[in-house]
Design a protein around this ligand. Structure first.
Ligand SMILES: Nc1ncnc2c1ncn2[C@@H]1O[C@H](COP(=O)(O)OP(=O)(O)OP(=O)(O)O)[C@@H](O)[C@H]1O
Ligand SMILES: [Mg+2]
Length: 255
């Protein structure tokens, strides 16, 4: 089983969108993919066409000491998702206290799911430092850092690198991290410049580029992934390319 954490220092860069679409792009013949929502926004389920009335999830299960296994649901496109769950403020705090008091809790719960060796677990993580980010980084074999091609995103990278250094780098189970530069608009000079600067600065890391494409939010509005909604779109193409880069990292680790 391989855990892939999708993280960013800044909010609204596209983590949830990427987590949902990459789960489809990565599934194929090779992997079972479980998408796991670690964000109290509980929004990942919307990409899977899960009924808004489905309130169960991992936070709810944890507080009531129930197994996470029973809260996994199948999305409309066939992907499996473990939602965060709908919680009130007291429940959210109770769950965060569990995480705070039990470092490594997330990985232990994932291990209890008895997933197959080839399974991938994609974590959708809330932005910025938090107990969720810490747990996700402690569990991750691969970290995917999402950013926009703008100066604000670029400026937060040092903070993200610090967190990866602290929670991942020394762990033998950690494989590598990579970047996704999302919502690229190539017609804008600054976007192209930032991609070039990133490629020059981190030449030893994989960098995937996902263009701004209306098909991506349109697919969400139809409760679909972009690969099913518009397979010929730029967005679908970019998701497939990004999934291939992730596969490469996994293959390199196997030797
Ligand atoms: N490549 C893209 N092209 C067009 N729109 C996109 C793209 N990626 C994301 N979006 C849109 O950007 C918005 C933010 O995306 P999303 O909610 O996935 O970000 P996030 O990083 O998960 O946010 P948060 O930090 O709040 O969890 C959404 O409206 C989404 O549809
Ligand atoms: Mg999100």
């Amino acid at each position: 089983m391989t855990v892939i954490a999708i993280v960013s220092a800044k909010g609204g860069v596209g983590k949830t969108t990427l987590a949902a679409n990459l789960s489809v792009a990565l599934r194929g013949d090779r992997h079972n993919v479980l998408s796991l929502d670690l964000d109290p926004q509980n929004a990942l389920r919307l990409h899977f066409g899960i009924s808004p009335n489905y309130n169960n999830g991992l936070a709810v299960a944890s507080i009531s000491k129930k197994s996470w296994l029973r809260t996994i649901v199948q999305g409309e496109s066939g992907g499996a998702i473990l939602p965060y769950g709908l919680v009130n403020e007291d429940q959210r705090q109770a769950f965060e206290k569990i995480l705070q008091d039990n470092p490594g809790y997330l990985l232990r719960e994932i291990n209890k799911l008895n997933l197959s060796d080839d399974a991938l677990v994609l974590l959708d993580v809330p932005p910025g430092p938090s107990v969720y980010m810490k747990e996700a980084l402690l569990a991750a074999n691969v970290v995917v850092v999402v950013m926009l091609a703008d100066a604000a995103s670029y400026a937060t990278l040092t903070m993200m690198m610090g967190l990866i250094e602290k929670y991942c780098s020394a762990r033998p189970s950690f494989i590598d991290y990579m970047y996704i530069i999302n919502q690229i608009d190539r017609s804008r000079e600054l976007a192209s410049d930032i991609v070039d600067v990133m490629r020059a600065q981190v030449s030893n890391k994989a960098i995937a580029v996902v263009h701004q494409d209306q098909a991506i939010p349109e697919a969400l509005a139809c409760c679909q992934d972009v690969l099913s909604y518009e397979p010929q779109s730029r967005g679908a193409h970019d998701m497939t390319e990004t999934a291939m880069l992730i596969e490469q990292i996994l293959d390199n680790a196997k030797g």
